[in-house]
Write a protein that binds this ligand. Sequence first.
Ligand SMILES: [Zn+2]
Ligand SMILES: [Zn+2]
Length: 399
Amino acid sequence: MAIACADCGTEQDIPFMPVSTVAECVRCGRVLDSADSGITAALAWITALLFLLIAANAVPVGEVMLAGQTHIGYIASGVVELGSEDWPVLSLMFALFVIVFPIVRTGTLVMVLVAIWLRRRPHWLGRLYRLSQNLKLWSMPDVMVLAGLVIFARTQVQLNSQVLVGGWCLVAAAFLNMLVPWLLSPHHVWRKIMPDRNPPQNEAAMSCDACDLIVPLSMENTPCPRCRRVLWLRKPNALNRATALVLASYVLFFPAYYYPMSYSIQPNGVQPHTIISGVERLFSAGFWPAGIIIFSASILIPILKLIGLSWLLISVKLPTQRGLALRTRFHRLIHGIGRWSNTDPFIVALMGPMISFPSLANVHVGRAALPFALIVTLTMLASRFFDARLMWDAAYEHL
Ligand SMILES: [Zn+2]
Ligand SMILES: [Zn+2]
């Protein structure tokens, strides 16, 4: 059966796949299908992941001790702290990325796999699996664990901090979450929901960009029979939407890097920390691994994403066939790594409730946290709205 690559539009047949093999697009290298461990094994692991996520939210993740006082922190403490410090948008983003989306993504995946396992095909199955797939990049237990690691490294010298059961559950959940793509091939699930089709004989074909189903071109603007997403030959308004979001991110760059990300209040006074001074402080205090993580997540990745997205947008307007596959791979890379930039906002959200010892040590959210978190979200949306196939169209039309 045929499949069309969602990144470059090439139609190709996927042969029978032996164990541990991966089928990549011949033109741009996108993983089209992989031989997974089967629905039953995946269902067992993903159900375990769901329980770990629920446990991580139900019990404390860590504790901090200073001068005889102990503070216990839950994941939800970050939501409450941001809300009480009058940062409702940050509080909502933290709640969605760290609590709601991971549980909804995993819960819906379990429901889809149970239905397939029971050989049921309710009409909402494709829609539910599409929702689960859409939430993949926006579920960030792994980013939260990285934030926790940096906090642990940074505070251990002055404060006595300890990871509790919830923290270990979150670490295990983050690890399992990263294994999901190896446990389960999305295309395997789509085929179980509805088999692939061969291209129509006497008509031009197009493919669904959510589930890769090949359909006749005449079906454009109608819902996909498999996942119910409206079928578009190319994503609508892709260039305008992505350009607007990239421009908004450039505007937010100044406040994000100029204002402090956080304030620490200690007996010797109030200390503001911008993103750049925070990285400098980590390196000068000898926390090299934490410094490299924050430098990469807060400076390198956002700049790489903004310049990269601008380059991709320009390359649609100035088409060339040179480096098309490279640019398509680059689009996939920046689409996948952008979420890691949330490390610093998550650190600030967690440090507030954990380090709250009146007259000894306090951490508060600074004015840069919101514009920075918005840059991360807007550039993630921009790379999602951008359609890499436009670069291929433009390059070949230009001939
Ligand atoms: Zn491709
Ligand atoms: Zn579809």
